[in-house]
Every structure is written in C-alpha cells, then in structure tokens.
Design a protein around this ligand. Structure first.
Ligand SMILES: [Mg+2]
Length: 280
C-alpha cells in the first residue's frame, strides 16, 4: 500500500469526525433540538407521559383525599373544586421552532428576542397535550397554566393557547405568569399556593424541577437530594416531561452563573461529567 493510499485511508477513516466546516453553525443545542423536533422517540416519550397522566387523573378523581400538594392545602380541601397545575413551555407548548432558530443562526437565547417569539404566537402543542387537557376539562378539572413567561408576554401567550384550542378558565384567570402579581417571581411555589387555597390540586406537570418545588436551583448534589425527598411523587401526582434543551439541570453544572462565557459554561458542564477512561 502506497503512502498516498495510506494517508487517504486514514483521512477517510477519520472522515466526518474530523471535518469542521466554519460555515456549519456550531451550537450545543443541535442534538437536543433535533431530538425534540424530529424524533419518534420524543413523540413516543411524551405520549406515554400523557397516558400516565390520564390514568393518574382518573385515580385522583376517584379518591377524595388525593392531592399533589398536601403541604399547601387548607383543612377541608377534599370539598374544594379540582384542578391541575401545569407548566407551559416544553410541557404543553412546543417551542421547537425557536430553539431551531437559535441553532441555525448559531446564537443564544435572549430575553428580548424571546418576547418577540412569544408574540409571534407560533408555539405548537406538545403531541398529546390537547387530548389530555380536553379530557381533564371534560371531567370538570380546572387547568392552571403556571409559566415563567413574563406578564408582558401574557396577551401573546393567551392568544396562542386559544388558537391552538387549549381549555381556558372562562371567568377565572388560569394563565398565571411571572410578574402577574408583584410577589410572583420565577420561583413557582407562591403561585402553586395561590391555586391550592381554593382548589384540590390533583397533578403537577412540568419539564423542570422548578415546576414542582422552589428547591430546584442548587448544585447537582442538592438537586439529587430533592429527588430523593420527593421520590414518592414522580409518576404518581407529579409528572415530569423531558427537556434536554434547557433547564435548571443545565445551570446547576455551572453554578447558575450566566455571566460566565459560553466556553466557560461548556467547560464546567464537561467537568461535571464522570468519564470512563479506556485502558491504554
Ligand atoms: Mg417548561
């Protein structure tokens, strides 16, 4: 084998892994966004979760003592009307086109651009969301959407939800956004408290630990401890949806410090891994 053949063979073997074309956008969101936007695996995963949620909702409706938030319900809560509390983004609403826009433009999230995106009203429903929510609505369950979209994004959010056919609250405001009341910060428990004083809360649904508890923003070890404390809820009255694109799981790896450069955050995330080392 000639030296030329050898070097060509080596180049072919190295091939795609070595190739890095500056015109191809390099963005850490690519695989997660591709998975959520195109894969059957994502659709099947969320379909399974809505099937589970429906089974648990039926069980909850048949059990007058059932509550997803026992520490927040007043005495006599069994007599209250029933509700579920769900997050919106990447739980009921799919913002894949926004994430795809970040990937294809090679840019990062910005608050200003996110508001423009919300006002474009182009979010779609997560597969299975409408069937589940309309089923809950048909059973007389009030659906509260507790989202960290901002108060200034309310009109666009409500309009988007209505156009998609999400059950709305009639004369009750069921879209509870960050900043709708002064005390409603990104930590959601004050909004969960607000609902739980007037409704028996049957399920919590979200894609981020912070959709369930305010103890979501600690270190990776802190979050593991919260998981252990809340183990009985998962798959019972708390339903977690997959979101590999973003969330407090990601910021935990770089100490929640978004002031760090993209490269530093990437390095911190790499450092959080526990890699196997191949034998020499
Ligand atoms: Mg979300």
């Amino acid at each position: 084998m000639s030296a030329l053949t050898l070097s060509l063979t080596a180049a072919c073997l190295a091939g795609p892994a070595m190739a890095q074309d500056a015109t191809v956008p390099q963005n850490d969101l690519l695989n997660a966004t591709l998975w959520m936007e195109t894969s059957v695996e994502y659709k099947a995963t969320v379909s399974q979760l809505f099937t589970l949620a429906k089974l648990q909702l039926d069980a909850a409706l048949a059990d007058a003592d059932w509550t997803a938030v026992s520490d927040k319900q007043p005495e006599g809560y069994a007599d209250l009307p029933v509700a579920i509390i769900t997050d919106l983004d990447e739980t009921m609403l799919d913002n894949g086109n926004y994430e795809a826009s970040l990937v294809t433009r090679g840019t990062d999230y910005s608050s200003k651009e996110w508001t423009d995106y919300v006002n474009s009203e182009t979010s779609t429903a997560v597969p299975g969301a409408l069937d589940f929510l309309n089923y809950a609505d048909s059973k007389g369950v009030k659906i509260f959407y507790v989202s960290n979209r901002k108060a200034i994004e309310k009109d666009g959010t409500v309009s988007n939800l209505e156009a998609l056919g999400f059950p709305m609250g009639g004369n009750v405001d069921t879209v509870l956004l960050r900043g709708d009341k002064e005390e409603w910060t990104s930590a959601k428990e004050s909004r969960i408290d607000y609902v739980a004083k007037d409704y028996r809360v049957l399920l919590l649904m979200g894609d981020n630990l912070g959709d369930f508890t305010d103890k979501a923003d600690g270190s990776i070890a802190d979050r593991d401890a919260v998981f252990d404390e809340t183990a009985d809820h998962w798959g019972h009255d708390w339903i977690m949806f997959p979101n590999p694109e973003y969330g407090s799981w990601e910021s935990a790896a770089f100490g929640g410090d978004y002031g760090k450069s993209t490269d530093q955050r990437r390095q911190d995330k790499i450092d959080a891994l526990d890699p196997w080392t191949p034998a020499q």
